[in-house]
Design a protein around this ligand. Sequence first.
Ligand code: ZN
Ligand code: ZN
Length: 364
Amino acid sequence: MPRIRHQRCPACRTDGLVATSNPSILDCRQCHGLWFEDGALNQAIAHQHDCIDEYDHELHLGAALRASDRQCRRCHVPMVHYQLLEHYVTEIDCCPECDGVWLDKHEIDQVMHSPKLKQALTDLNQKVTWKSWLFQFLTSMPVEYNIQPHRTPWVTRTLVVLCSLIFVAGLLTPAANEWIFVNLGLNSDTQSPAHFVLQLLTYQFVHGGLMHLVGNMYFLWIIGDNLEDALGHGAFLALYLFAGVMAALAELLLFDTAQGPLLLVGASGSIAALFGLYLMWFRHASLSFMIIVYQKKLAPHWYFLIWSLINLFGMFTAQGGVAWAAHLGGFALGLLLGYLMRDYVLKKNPLIALLSQPEAVLRR
Ligand SMILES: [Zn+2]
Ligand SMILES: [Zn+2]
């Protein structure tokens, strides 16, 4: 068995550098950075992306930025700083003489995911187009800029279809409509506890009018797919329904029953919770906002701040017909759950974690 030869690490300058199972990759036992030579870095990136065509996934760095204070372990010349991607401001050390590359510990994930990171940043930094302008001008709905989900959002699609089917069923006859509102809507006068608990779930699928349905389903469609992808199908469905239950309880708590029984329908409370989750995990995304005719991409925190102010205004001016407390209660729950689950979700989704780091340059 060959004796392990320790070599001098270019970063921490201890003799901590040892070869791994691949002799062209050396690992520092002290600072946990990695040294790559003889094309090993591009092979490792291609391997990470399960791809046979290595060239597509090679690291293509831009112009050299400046000399580094680190030295190549083979050529003993100062290395040079290169920015990893145009829109990702991590700088890595490359040797100007050989193809040696040094990666600090925190840069390893960034570099290994750089092909996906590059594609994602290109998608996110798109400019608004005349098509998106026309869409928002005609519908008053925002256009979303986020990365494409990997898995098909089956739960999101099923929820949209179910809500739409129940709405259409209610249009068929007045009797059907009456039955849906009495049995599936949430009524604070419901006598049977079992039926009341069931209504806490079913009210989320009933809508009072076409605009109510379309508005809710549009937001569910654009942000539900990303959340379902980040969470997994089962967890997404469980969170969605749970948020709807809690939003209804918030509305009941603040509702003055002297005005008569509370009748609550709609997915707005559950969807408001999705807004909270979205805000906590997708800081890199944008939603477009239109000020009369000027369309602007906004970060989720600005978009949902404006949305919350509109709801607070509605609640304090007590405009009837809209469950303001359910909206804000759902949103607050979403923020809390999003905060508590943030580490778990980012660990499960490395690309989202990398995009939420300050190195990502987002054009809005
Ligand atoms: Zn080291
Ligand atoms: Zn070198």
